[in-house]
Design a protein around this ligand. Structure first.
Ligand SMILES: Cc1ncc(COP(=O)(O)O)c(C=O)c1O
Length: 396
């Protein structure tokens, strides 16, 4: 019998991958499945980005790069941040990593240990809670509420802080809710955090370019009073439809860059060189593809918001960012996981139960609109029929 480390048993997972696997299995059996469970854009990476990677390979960029990423890419990231957030970032504080998740893992490993407390959004990206538990720290949920547009409440976050708090994880625009925290709330939090200079903040801004109806993205990098303890996570996966390339970055406080780089050296050495050249092309090249993708998401978002609200027992607030709707399904009387399973197995629609994102997700379903308008319409019709049949069966 192998004796694995106890920490391994504390690892959670991202059930979107499990739902995807089950959907593929059903498809292999000949079932027609519409996937609204997926957390990635249904668009291709822009051509000029793909070309840049091909060119890099042809030009012989086949070796290791510096562990924190090639200098030109880190400079391109700093330029992009200056343009988007009006902040000056030292390229030496940027560490390029294979995807957004890696920064999350590193940040939690740096601060998480037995006796430490880490605050994280709930419902939220499931890997936060999983990695906090893995690290041995105590995971303290920040409840996100529908009544608050799924934004965090600064007062509530500050109220959860104890002498053991080491790290606070924030995510706006958010997965799975599509919630966006308004500037005033962020400012209140920053003001409150001034009193606790020993607490680090991991700001997951991977959906920072995916906001609707003129909403503003507020980067935590914009606050000089906390800048030396903010780890800002971002990457190419969502904005440039590059989830499979595995390319992300963080802006680290000066005091942590060396540690983050050491973790990179211990873990993956560096990111695939060609992907890094693609990253430069994405940031410095034309942004039309991003605008086109966002226009398509916005149209689908408007449709799905209306359509979900027309379903029996379902209500849905206006999704403010990312590409997820998070309808309230309490009125159906069906627990989230049971509805997820039924919709997939019986109606042929993949969605993700709110509880996959933490216990505060009960009563909700994550519905991704990273699928074509036609497919979304067909999926909504299937969900509607399923709910109507369930209601009839219950009454009989
Ligand atoms: C909030 C959030 N952060 C980070 C990530 C991870 O992104 P990546 O695929 O680049 O690792 C995701 C992916 O779904 C996400 O939703």
């Amino acid at each position: 019998m192998l004796k694995t480390a106890a920490a391994v048993a504390r690892l959670g997972t991202e059930s979107a991958f499990e739902v995807l696997a089950r959907a593929k299995q059903l498809e292999a059996q000949g079932r027609d499945i519409i996937n609204l469970g997926i957390g990635q854009p249904d668009f291709k990476t822009p051509d000029h980005v793909v070309e840049a990677a091909v060119r890099a390979l042809r030009d012989g960029h086949h070796g290791y790069t510096p562990a924190s990423g090639i200098a030109e890419l880190r400079e391109a990231v700093a330029e992009d941040l200056e343009l988007r957030h009006r902040v000056t970032v030292d390229p030496d504080c940027i560490v390029i990593v294979p995807g957004g998740k890696v920064t999350m893992f590193f940040a939690v490993l740096i601060f998480g240990a037995s006796g430490a407390e880490i605050l994280y959004p709930n419902p939220g990206f499931p890997i936060y809670e999983s990695v906090i538990n893995f690290s041995g720290a105590t995971a303290v949920p920040i409840p996100l509420r529908e009544a608050n547009g799924f934004a965090f409440s600064a007062e509530e976050v500050l109220g959860l802080i104890t002498p053991r708090t080491r790290l606070i994880i924030l995510n706006s625009p958010a997965n799975p809710t599509g919630g966006v925290t308004p500037r005033a709330e962020v400012e209140r939090l920053v003001e409150g955090l001034a009193a606790r200079p020993d607490i680090a903040i991991l700001s997951d801004e991977i959906y920072g370019q995916m906001l609707y109806d003129g909403r503003e993205h507020v980067s935590l990098l914009q606050f000089p009073e906390i800048r030396e303890r903010v780890i800002m996570l971002d990457g190419w996966s969502k904005t440039y439809a590059m989830t499979g390339w595995r390319l992300g970055y963080a802006v680290w406080p000066k005091s942590l860059v060396e540690t983050a780089t050491r973790l990179a050296i211990n873990c993956h050495s560096c990111v695939n060189a060609a992907a890094q050249f693609a990253g430069i092309a994405a940031l410095r090249g034309p942004q039309d593809a991003v605008a086109e993708m966002m226009a398509a998401f916005d149209m689908r978002r408007r449709y799905i918001h209306r359509a979900l609200n027309a379903l029996p027992g379902v209500s849905c607030i206006d999704p403010a960012g990312a590409f997820y709707a998070f309808p309230n399904i309490a009125g159906t009387g069906i627990p989230a996981k049971a509805l997820e399973v039924d919709l997939l197995e019986k109606a042929g629609v993949a969605t993700i139960a709110g509880t996959s994102f933490g216990r505060h997700g009960e009563g909700y379903l994550r519905v991704s609109y990273a699928n074509s308008r036609e497919n979304i319409e067909a999926a909504i019709a299937r969900i509607g029929n399923h709910l109507a049949e369930r209601a009839v069966a219950r009454r009989a």
